[in-house]
Ligand binder design. Sequence first.
Ligand code: HXH
Length: 335
Amino acid sequence: MTTQTSVKVPSLKKVYENYFDIGAAVNLHTIVTQQPLLAQHFNSITAENDMKFENIQPLEGQFTFERADELAAFAKKNGMRMRGHTLVWHNQTPDWVFQDANGKQVDRETLLQRLKNHINVVMERYKGTIYCWDVVNEAVTDEGPELYRSTKWLEIIGEDYIEKAFEFAHEADPEALLFYNDYNESDPQKREKIYKLVKSLVDKGVPVHGVGLQAHWKLVNPSLEEIRTAIERYASLGLKLHLTELDVSVFNHEDKRTDLTEPTSEMLDLQAERYHQVFHLLREYQDSITSVTFWGAADDYTWLSDFPVKGRKNWPFLFDEKHQPKDSFWKVVQF
Ligand code: HXH
């Protein structure tokens, strides 16, 4: 489809208002460059990086809330909800967290105290603004029989670091909805590990309210049936589901080309068909899915440009680099 001059572009958030929230990950740059697009189509935001541990508490006791506060103010000003991302993660967490003043690894009690303090200070600040948090991100291994990813959190505290994090979070803000968030969530093996972990939390009465499916998907994989099975499996825990970081890379796994300056028409056709199928499926599960957040808003900015292949641009969203609706957009709103 070429530029539509006669057809009014419907608002994505309005089309989906009876289904689920429509979110976008943002940063200080995109809340300016994408402001009109965000205001028209999205009713929820997530800070792409600015609420991660290393950004918010780079040194012990020195909290830097300026950027996060700006994003929270943007949400308020535009009448949007805000998801919190993320409290406990193995990445983008500063080394000081795990060390004492001499660089020696801290003990369990010290780390639990630091975890509790971080969660308290951060959640307290955004009470009433952030309605849900990704409390723990990516704690499950991709490969092998092991359940827990090997991280400093696991090594120093032990397996109960996850339930402790949820308990601290629930104490800090009893109103907040608390999520376990992970990627490769639709892969059958990883799906079962995530299910097992979250089920063990539910069975122990740990305050966990939802599962976040990152949903960093490609044109072909994961298959629609794998996605459906994952949704059903997680929903069977009686928890709410959020798609937390949706994007559809135009590159299949084997495709390592770096020479494209724009997506091919074949890529765009396949992506449109993929978004069509994905949103058809998501609508089917509207009772379980309460929020769908893209990990960006339009193709002018995506974390996938340069990742995992350096020097390669990607075009994973519903809006193009000029913020115009792509075929993918029309497939999502016409049903
Ligand atoms: C997400 N991780 C994070 O939740 C989010 O905070 C961040 O902004 C972007 C994506 C997804 C991810 C997980 C593992 C991973 C890559 C991305 O590991 C790989 C490393 C190299 C190659 C492939 C995967």
